[in-house]
Design a protein. Structure first.
Lengths: 365, 68
């Protein structure tokens, strides 16, 4: 019987194998540990993905590498298996992400150190948010609880605001690119929003890892419009938080930091009026007190002057009284008037009597 | 958010704060106080009315960000 085996050229065999692989694995994710990681010519990334059972070579372009990778890290790659024209089997990696807490943390720390060294998180880069923004842009998933919390608090606190919402995925491999596109979209508008709000509710470290994507972090840092983040819970920290102008602890907290509380403003307005009334009353009281003090001072002056005049009058009265001849008579003396010469007639006046007498003799003392 | 004179709420709050400062400051004159107080009272009422009428306008964009 004739051999029915398919006979093909080497090139055809490689092409057929690749077609078979593509058919068998249209999309596959493989988890393993990175070994022999290297970047050639700044463009091509090579590493092995291994576990206790085996090892497979991986290749990817450097621009697809969105997180720092190093040997020993546990990762999940999305890849297409491929046979090269040199007969070497490898995985062409489309995307790679850390797997497990240790690797996530390691990748986070590596990228944090790299971007911090570039100054992306520097405090001097942070911009102030407007006190009462009129137009804001929100990047979030409208189905998420975090978004619902944000909108609720925003409406309760303020309300006088136009909000444009870009609906994006906030977790998973496609999330960073969607959020970058939304950031770019808002930054390219003719009428710019005053603030971009990037929000997502709580989740696992893996769920939140989209916010540690290098390109997304760079897009947040380079946004023309100030960015506030409200990602996860109080304890979560993402690199987007570090790159943002303001990092709120949660989506609700982002709304609190973004707009004033109208109840608080109404309270302060009423307080201002009370303050004005209080101040006016105070000033009136002060004026009254000043007037009373001035009046008292004037009265005191008048009294002093009166007393002074009175005292001078008394002195004069006393002086006049001292010169009054009657007071001398009171003391027992007598007044003599008339012809003081021998044989002359005189009148002697005492306190009680007037005596007429004749002068018998006049001698010089 | 703004009245017929197109004053925003923040402008009104600023004006009210300026009036409070006037009442606290050295320029205070009892003769002017009544007019100033009436102005402050009017501003306060307008601010509260503005606050009550606030309504957010929420627009969910139709643009699909999953595509380039």
């Amino acid at each position: 019987m004739e051999n029915q085996s398919l006979r093909v050229s080497v090139g055809e065999f490689i092409a057929l194998t690749n077609q078979t692989l593509e058919f068998a694995y249209p999309s596959i994710e493989i988890e393993g540990e990175v070994a022999s990681f290297k970047v050639n010519q700044g463009k091509f990334v090579f590493f092995d993905l291994k576990d206790s059972e085996g090892s497979v070579g991986c290749f990817m372009m450097v621009f697809s590498l969105r997180i720092p990778i190093e040997d020993g890290m546990r990762v999940i790659v999305r890849a297409n298996p491929k046979l090269t024209k040199w007969g070497k089997f490898s995985l062409t990696v489309q995307a790679i992400r850390p797997s497990g807490e240790g690797s996530l943390k390691k990748s986070f720390e590596l990228l944090k150190a790299k971007l911090a060294a570039e100054g992306l998180f520097a405090p001097e880069r942070k911009r102030l948010l407007p006190a009462m923004p009129k137009k804001i842009a929100v990047i979030s998933s409208v189905q998420s609880a975090g978004y619902a919390d944000f909108v609720k608090i925003l409406g309760e606190r303020w309300g006088a605001i136009d909000v444009d919402v870009a609906t994006v995925q906030v977790q998973g491999e496609v999330a960073p690119d969607q959020m970058i596109r939304a950031l770019n979209y808002f930054n390219e508008q003719e009428a710019l929003a005053e603030v971009i709000v990037l929000i997502r509710g709580g989740g696992s470290a893996d769920d939140l890892s989209a916010f540690n994507d290098e390109l997304l972090v760079r897009a947040v840092a380079s946004s023309r419009i100030p960015v506030i983040t409200g990602i996860g819970h109080e304890t979560d920290e993402s690199l987007c938080d570090l790159a943002a102008d303001v990092a709120a602890a949660t989506p609700s907290n982002a709304a609190q930091l973004l707009v004033p509380d109208k109840a608080d403003i109404a309270h302060r307005v009423r307080q201002s009026l009370r303050q004005i009334v209080h101040k006016t009353e105070g000033k009136v009281t002060t004026h009254q007190a000043e007037s009373q003090r001035a009046l008292l001072r004037a009265l005191e002056k008048i009294e002093q002057r009166f007393e002074h005049q009175n005292s001078r009058y008394q002195q004069r009265v006393e002086l006049l009284q001292a010169f009054d001849p009657r007071s001398v008579l009171e003391r027992g003396y007598a007044m003599v008037r008339g012809d003081i010469a021998r044989g002359g007639t005189i009148e002697i006046e005492t306190r009680k009597q007037v005596i007429h007498a004749e002068v018998q003799d006049v001698r010089q003392k | 958010m703004s009245d017929k004179n197109n004053q925003t709420i923040s402008e009104k709050i600023e004006q009210l704060n300026a009036l409070v400062l006037w009442f606290e400051g050295e320029e205070f004159e009892l003769e002017e106080a009544l007019d100033k107080f009436e102005h402050a009272d009017k501003l306060a009422k307008e601010i509260e009315t503005d606050l009550d009428s606030f309504k957010a306008k929420l627009t969910v964009l139709k643009k699909d960000f999953s595509k380039e």
